[in-house]
Design a protein around this ligand. Structure first.
Ligand code: NAD
Length: 259
């Protein structure tokens, strides 16, 4: 196998679970040294230890809440110091806040927008100065099909994910002439711990899982590794002419008009 990120460094947020963990694993197997950031310190410590042992790549675990700009800046400074530079940033930390708009509870709006949108901006603004100084950097934001289509009862998550795609396009253009690319990926339903929590919250989890799979043209739910391969491509130099765009990975579901 030809490593596609050899001699590159990457920081991945939300690396402690699901899609973020799958991206970390694939990037390490493809030769990148990593900083793995998550709210949950144990999860990234375990993953960093496992990946460092299995791939020989440097893996630095970092605990931080992406909503806290000062904490994010401190962790990014530590990552850049330890890894020497930062070539790639993947913003994967995210939370589901799915409500009826008129039944929002106190703090729902702020929590959803803070983690899913402002958090990504905190991380990009912490990475940009060193990327601009190097004249090189790739950012991949994990958005969602909710950034393209609306599922009633999912408010205000789609607001944040539409915003994240807007952030991607806006910053991709701002810095395009200075060696920086900013793209996003919009996954459909992917089988992760967050998706499992959603199924478990349903009256009949098995029936809901089946219903969701049946809604997809390919009749199956996506795997975290299938998102990770897209992130690998967008973060690599293979995608050097791709900027300020979004890649939907949903088995074609969002293109379906009528079943
Ligand atoms: P997950 O819950 O399995 O993992 C998310 C990780 O983010 C967790 O480790 C969590 O601790 C971390 N995190 C949450 N809030 C944080 C914060 N404030 N600071 C730092 N870390 C924080 O979720 P997942 O399903 O792997 O989702 C990953 C990303 O993909 C999210 O942005 C989500 O919105 C997006 N997404 C997921 C799906 C899906 O079906 N699973 C679909 C579309 C988009």
């Amino acid at each position: 196998m030809q490593p596609r990120l050899q001699h590159k460094t990457a920081l991945i947020t939300g690396a402690g679970s699901g899609i973020g963990s799958a991206i970390a694993e694939l990037f390490a197997r493809h030769g990148a040294d990593l900083a793995l950031l998550d709210l949950e310190p144990d999860a990234v410590e375990r993953l960093a230890g496992r990946l460092q042992a299995s791939t020989g790549q440097r893996c630095l675990p970092l605990q931080a809440d992406v909503t806290d700009a000062a904490m994010v800046n401190a962790r990014f400074a530590r990552a850049i110091d330890a890894l020497g530079r930062l070539d790639i940033l993947v913003n994967c930390a995210g939370i589901n806040v799915f409500r009826d708009p008129l039944e929002l509870q106190a703090g729902d709006w702020e929590r959803c927008l803070d983690v899913n949108l402002r958090g990504a901006w905190h991380c990009i603004s912490a990475a940009l100065p060193s990327m601009l100084a190097a004249g090189y950097g790739h950012v991949v934001n994990i958005a969602s099909v909710h950034g393209h289509k609306i599922i009633p009862g999912s408010f205000p998550y789609p607001v944040a994910k539409h915003g994240l795609i807007g952030l991607t396009r806006s910053l991709g253009i701002e810095y395009a002439g200075r060696g920086i690319r900013v793209n996003s990926i919009s996954p459909g339903l992917i089988l992760t711990p967050a998706a499992e929590r959603y199924f478990d919250s349903c009256a009949d989890p098995a029936a809901e899982r089946l219903r969701q799979a049946e809604l997809l043209p390919c009749k199956r739910i996506g795997e975290p590794s299938e998102v990770a391969y897209a992130a690998l491509f967008l973060a690599s130099d293979e995608a050097r002419f791709i900027n300020a765009t979004d890649l939907l990975i949903d088995g074609g579901r969002s293109q379906l008009y009528h079943a």
